[in-house]
Ligand binder design. Sequence first.
Ligand code: SF4
Length: 266
Amino acid sequence: MSVTNPYIASSVVYGPVDSRRLGKSLGINFFENKLCNYNCAYCYLGKTLKGIGKPIPTTQIIKEVEEYLKNNTLIKIDYITFCGNGEPTIHPDFPYIVRKVLELINKYRANTPTAIFSNASTLDKPEILKTVKLINRAFLKFDLVNKQHFYTINMPLDGLTYEKIIDNLKLAVSEGIKYTLDVAIITYLLKEYKKNNYEYVKQWLKIVKDINPPEVNLYTIIYHPDIIEEKHLREKLNKVKKDIEDVANFVKQNLEEGGIPCKIYI
Ligand code: SF4
């Protein structure tokens, strides 16, 4: 695979990387270059460009996962995670690949739990929903954005709508998927959040309470401002840190009062 962006995985299996929520996480990547049905303004993989990303052939994914698991039995791995260069569920063979990988985990690393990071856009497809159910932990994205900002910040492609994502998140609840709603606090919107006694956030909270996810995790795109190399960015984030914390605490308190557990990672 030819790769220019350092955040783009250059192989099927990558890591294990240190994850604050998952410990040592071994990534399984489905795509050569970025392939996603969103084009989030903040995506560290870069822009979603048509014709650049493509699914890695299924046989290659299975082969590389098997080789890795067979040859690295002693490496510490807390989770095996389906993520990588984009939205894993849009790989045309996603259900088959996940089942095969689960068989391989069972063969070489029995009892190692699995996780997936997804934007929930395909959960209305019964085969995808069934497959996600087989994975131990699902992190489903629904950023702190209203309908208008969903289209300008997450920039969904393929006719995906805000309403469809909400329906899919509700479906996942009714199907018993014990997922974590993964919520990015977009710093660009801080003024909106704090305006009019948090009216923007309250509208969003109403929707999330209606979805009623099993739990919520709040985070900013860059977790640790202190380690950012670009001075201007580091200073900017440190400057707004208090505002971010205020918003996060407001959300957490409101969700928990409504019986939805919430953790903050900023
Ligand atoms: S959903 Fe994830 S991979 Fe896709 S554009 Fe957004 S941040 Fe990037």
